[in-house]
Design a binder for this molecule. Structure first.
Ligand code: UDP
Length: 311
């Protein structure tokens, strides 16, 4: 089996490369390094079944060796990153999806699109089921990511319907773990960095907005299972355990034993007020549910950031 993973040098992508190698696949990681980091792949470099291609998948890519699976995970994925790179974000969701679908079609490969809970926008349905169509501000600053992923889902379904491609769509809810970038601007790296450096934790708004955090190994397991089904509609993968951002700040202070305080900062535009996956579909289809408890996952991630910071 040969599997191509775009965004392979990213946080989730690098964990996927590891998993597919462990399953005996040959893995080709593709990344343009906008937000990826080659250091995430250092431990895989000596594996003869692993190959890295430096390439922006918003431009077409030809691969000679026969591909069995194409997984499209390339995209800036943190609000700070996609605000900083709005056009590459739109391009990788639109053109990158087109190019990877074309690649899968040429090879007759299975295809899996990394979509996102952001397709639900600032949701009016709670928790979010896959049948909910979402509440997205298409011209807002977050729209570049949300709409790119909505278009990507649309294009993926069209390739399935028109070309009979064996496609899969995973809607990923907030995911964390080792190899997240310390400065990616998301809440967890920010809070952990601040807690470890003795700086106040920056809670945006009043901190009453909620998120539901899943540990990366749970996501990877779900992706692996979904790829091997013949189910083509979107599937939520996330941890339904919901927490307010303010509670989350206190949890990280407690786990890290930090003496830092909390400061409140303005809430970014279109910041979703709630987010919690309904995972009934994943449970029924994949026999999947998260198994890593948040405290355990946070401890592991904290250790990783401590090592990174030499603490
Ligand atoms: N957030 C925060 N402080 C930070 C970074 C983020 O309070 O330093 C909040 C943010 O406003 C949002 C939540 O934490 O309500 C999660 O933000 P993140 O950037 O991790 O991703 P999102 O879930 O919004 O895509």
């Amino acid at each position: 089996m040969r599997t191509l993973i775009t965004g392979g040098a990213g946080f989730i992508g690098s964990h996927l490369c590891e998993r597919f190698l462990a399953e005996g696949h040959e893995v080709i990681a593709v990344d343009n390094m906008i937000t990826g980091d080659l250091a995430n792949l250092d431990h895989l470099r000596n594996n003869p079944r692993f190959r890295f291609i430096g390439h922006d998948i918003s431009n077409p890519l030809k691969v000679k060796d026969k591909l069995d699976n194409v997984l499209h995970f390339a995209s800036p994925a943190s609000p700070v990153d996609y605000l900083e790179h709005p056009i590459p974000t739109l391009k990788v969701g639109a053109l990158g999806t087109h190019n990877t679908l074309g690649l899968a079609k040429a090879h007759g490969a299975r295809y899996l699109l990394a979509s996102t809970s952001e397709v639900y926008g600032d949701p009016l349905e709670h928790p979010q089921k896959e049948t909910y169509w979402g509440n997205v501000n298409c011209i807002g600053v977050r729209g570049v990511y949300d709409e790119a992923k909505r278009y990507a889902e649309s294009l993926t379904m069209a390739y399935h319907r028109v070309h009979g491609l064996n496609t899969h769509i995973v809607r990923i809810f907030n995911t964390y773990g080792e190899r997240m970038r310390l400065n990616d601007g998301r809440v967890l790296p920010n809070f952990m960095y601040q807690a470890l450096m003795g700086q106040p934790l920056t809670v945006y708004g009043d901190g009453q907005q909620t998120r539901s955090f899943q540990y990366v190994s749970d996501l990877v397991e779900g992706v692996w299972r979904l790829l091997h089904t013949d189910f083509h509609e979107p599937v939520n993968l996330g941890n339904p355990e919901e927490i307010t951002i303010l509670e989350f700040a206190h949890e990280i202070l407690r786990l890290s034993g930090s003496q830092s305080g909390i400061v409140f900062k303005p809430l970014p535009q279109d910041d979703p007020k709630v987010r919690q996956p309904d995972i009934t579909r994943a449970r029924q289809l994949l026999g999947w549910e998260p198994v890593v408890r948040r405290e355990e996952g946070l401890r592991r991630t904290l250790e990783y950031f401590k090592r990174k910071l030499g603490k």
